[in-house]
Design a protein around this ligand. Sequence first.
Ligand code: URP
Ligand code: ZN
Ligand code: ZN
Length: 460
Amino acid sequence: MPLLIKNARIITSTEDYAADVYCSGEAIDRIEKNIDPRSVGSAEVIDATGKYLFPGFIDPHVHVYLPFMGTYAKDTWDSASRAALVGGTTTLIEMICPGKNDEPRDAFNTWLAKAQGAASCDYTFHMGVTRFDPSAEKQFREIVQRGITSFKVFLAYKGALGVDDRELFHTLRLARELGVVVTAHCENETLVAELQSQLLAQGKTGPEWHEPSRPPRVEAEGVHHLMTFAELTGAEVYVVHTSCDEAVNEALRAVSRGVRAHIEVVLPHLILDKSFAEKPGFEGAKYVMSPPLRDRHQADRLWNHLRSRAVATVGTDHAPFDFESQKIMGKPPASDFTRIPNGIPSVENRVDLLYTHGVCTGRIDLHTFVDCASTRAARIFGLKGKGAIAVGADADLVVYDPHHRGRISAKTHQMATDYSAFEGWEIKGRASVVTVRGQVMARDGKFVGKPGAGRLVTRS
Ligand code: URP
Ligand code: ZN
Ligand code: ZN
């Protein structure tokens, strides 16, 4: 049904103005002052008085189907996309993470099949490069032809997903030739492995030792390494989940040398700190992710880099594992923090917690909020029609109520995990209407759309 959104305060990454928005189909048709409902026939009229109208939010870093650390992430595309939509996110970019011996083409088809017909929001992928040889290269070329115009490499997870330097060099060279962006998890995997062994040998086995096994220098070294390779190949790179000032500064130094680099931070690093992973009784396992949660002062630095827009995007790195059946893998008798599946479920909470802890506290303004949570990801990753409110753009819209007050709980969330890392936390705002290409998909915390209506996004 056509939609007419009346009395909206439209906020984009650069503008703030009052207008009505009309869409008869999948795209925005009109943005004008006082559109008369009688002039548009039988549209559903949504009154946005006192609310913001934002472009649909984009999460550039999620894991949904993820075979990892001896288990599988808990969400399906059905649960993850409902969670995203209820939380105001209308497009997800998932990492395809093939095993080292898997064929890239098979991995792409597997990941696509999991999303197709099950995703209720729109989606695309970063193609994981976990092996680079002539046969893999041929397949990467085909995958890029099919519209997947970004790669993902891991300079971490030794022996599992990580690439060696020769593979990194050739991946970046291919990316440069094809004009695709390479996203990268940057931690020096050898240092991580050695520090892990050292700590375990000293009997330091609990979740609180995860952070000391991957300190800021280890991450900064990873970023420095990537930047050297990017500089010498001319590839455009995007550092995912940058958790500390040391790592951000390595990327910024490279930018000043002319490297085309973008910096992503993820929600957990902005609002949590390492004291959560130090909670007693193995509770800390809920907060084990990589790079790890850092010392409190690091979050302040990340907010500053976000405010100055040195940091381009805020994603989640949504990687959902249950506490009772999965995080527990590192508990006695194993007693080994390196066996705790890494990741924090958060795709549902990103927009509300970024608004609550970023906009409501004055750390970032509304335009930066829209830019880092939507518009910039659309630009960097070539998501046509996304991240904007403009005539002709996709009608992916979020009517946002800044007066809503609520609390997060695993009892009410849409994500499939048995816990929330933000249990009981207050949110000061919520999406009251969420549309994807003109269809209403969520209202006031509830999924109301057609399941499986999401589409693979066309990318340039
Ligand atoms: O802890 C994390 N980040 N888990 C998911 C895999 C990754 O490194 O992105
Ligand atoms: Zn990662
Ligand atoms: Zn990730």
